[in-house]
Write a protein of this length. Structure first.
Length: 188
């Protein structure tokens, strides 16, 4: 194992944490209809839990409406059940072979709750980023202690500085993503 591998794995772990945060935030209901709200809802489709996006075409015909067109009309009732149980507070209406959902604006209490939830997700992601930093620094220290690896203290210090820079970069991205989402929630 060399420093480049450690740095790449650390960077990759941090990137995955930020991507996970972005995915979670996309699914939050802000009063504006987006297909991301429904894409990852799990539907019981013939005994297996499947993402809604794999079972139906999801579109936004109007800014506050979602339209779900199941590929298999037989899955319509299961899709409706999954949307109702999703915890998003949505009320799907069946229209023939499709499902229409009006996305209501969240109340001020709900907006505060969503903003708090977004900030908590942000903190969890920052912890994950810092954990990736800690793990990388431990691996660098282990490599430095292993005399066979031939790692100099200068190289180890440079690597730890690179890890710290990656941590700062990803922490800043987390803050940007969450600030944008909180602003979107408050304007809903």
């Amino acid at each position: 194992m060399d420093l480049d591998t450690i740095l790449l794995e650390c960077e990759d772990q941090m990137e995955k944490s930020v991507e996970h945060l972005s995915k979670e935030l996309r699914g939050m209901r802000t009063g504006r209809a987006t297909t991301a709200m429904l894409e990852y809802i799990k539907v019981d489709y013939y005994g297996s839990m499947t993402d809604l996006r794999e079972l139906a075409a999801i579109s936004v015909p109007e800014p506050t409406q979602l339209l779900v067109k199941p590929f298999d009309p037989g899955a319509k009732t299961e899709i409706v059940k999954a949307i109702e149980k999703s915890g998003l507070g949505l009320n799907p209406q069946t229209e023939g072979t499709q499902i229409r959902i009006i996305v209501p604006s969240p109340s001020s209490d709900r907006r505060k709750q969503l903003a708090t939830q977004a900030k908590k997700l942000s903190e969890d992601t920052k912890v994950a980023v810092r954990n990736a930093r800690r793990d990388a620094n431990k691996r660098i220290d282990t490599l430095l202690a292993d005399k066979k690896a031939g790692l100099t203290e200068d190289a180890a210090e440079r690597a730890q500085k690179d890890v710290d820079e990656a941590t700062k970069k990803h922490t800043t991205r987390v803050e940007e993503v969450v600030t944008k989402k909180v602003t979107e929630i408050e304007e809903a």
